[in-house]
Design a binder for this molecule. Sequence first.
Ligand code: ADP
Length: 395
Amino acid sequence: MRLILIINAGSSSVKCALMTIDAKGLVQECARGQVDGIGREAEFSMRFADGHKDIKEVMPAGVKTSHKEALGLILKAVDNVYGLNALIGAGHRIVHGGPNFVKPTKLDSTSIAELKKLIPLAPLHQPHNLAAVESLRELLPELPQIGCFDTAFHATIPDVARNFALPKALIEKGIKRYGFHGISYNYIAEAFAARDPWRARGRVIVAHLGNGASLCGMINGQSVATTMGFSALDGLMMGTRTGSIDPAVIFYLMREEKMTPDAVEKLLYNQSGLLGVSGLSNDMRTLRKAALNHPDARMALSMFTYRVIREIGSMVAALNGLDALIFTAGIGENDSVLRADVIQGLSHLGLTLDESANNKREHQISASSHPAAFVIPTNEEAMIARATMSLLPDR
Ligand code: ADP
């Protein structure tokens, strides 16, 4: 068995998956797991697709689990079930590739040092992504490691859509739109092209609506516009993030409410969005259940939907038309009410809903065929596995 370990390391968790790829390039998932509670007593769980017994382990009280210990737990599980010799490489999700890392890249001392320089661009994620890379290098120095970047898919965005209306000297310092969710968009672009090559050559908007949410406008499978910007805070309203907000609000909060930059950052990233507006939850399922008797939950749902419709309208203008709209990620794949509301809100484009197909979450959910709407489940791990495999020396 030849296994690729996929790692997605954050500040409080390390998510992992084990994938194999057959001769035809088809990715198969063998296991998925996570270590939750980095910096505290972590819990490790792993589920196997191939009949092995699930793992659940809780660290003893008082133990503060580090990224390295989390990776140690994952490797121990791989060793017990398949043997470490089965591992042929590791693929990491890395949030920021900056202007230079525009495709999957081998992670060695040189590239890791370059990626560390990008920490100021993504201080909440990049250090944790890289801590996992360095820990794995210490634990298994011979294992080839590949980085896949959330920004890379957007390298094709033209400057007119990428640059902010700031003085050129600041743009040249790297203060510009990078865009995120690129691994997911890359997966969707390939999956759509495989299934519907004619439409995929046209003007496509992908709505990645999960806890983080963004849109990507594509022409011929390449990103030409996206709603996230310099950071993953821009654009759509999200689970706990504001999305776009008048920047003058930030100066006001600092001057009049005496908030520090860290406090404003926490407010905009962690206490806003669906959670902040509803005062209840960042989870669409909870809000849908509560909506009947909870006006603030209804307002959160209405604002989320309104912002998706409005941003799609703006992106249609940027693409000069629309051939296909694709929903993906936790909300996009599962919330049929949101999809129906968005499609109905875009009826001026000629989009019409196929109610039964939408309720059954079929592939095509529009009655109209031009433009048409689709649901495609994303699979970032499969995308990372394919990219990793393609860069391994002895594939
Ligand atoms: P992440 O950005 O963390 O990867 P996901 O893509 O997994 O997020 O999406 C998580 C979100 O998807 C949840 O917070 C929830 O709002 C939403 N979600 C998941 N299942 C459903 C469902 N059945 N109905 C509505 N929303 C759902």
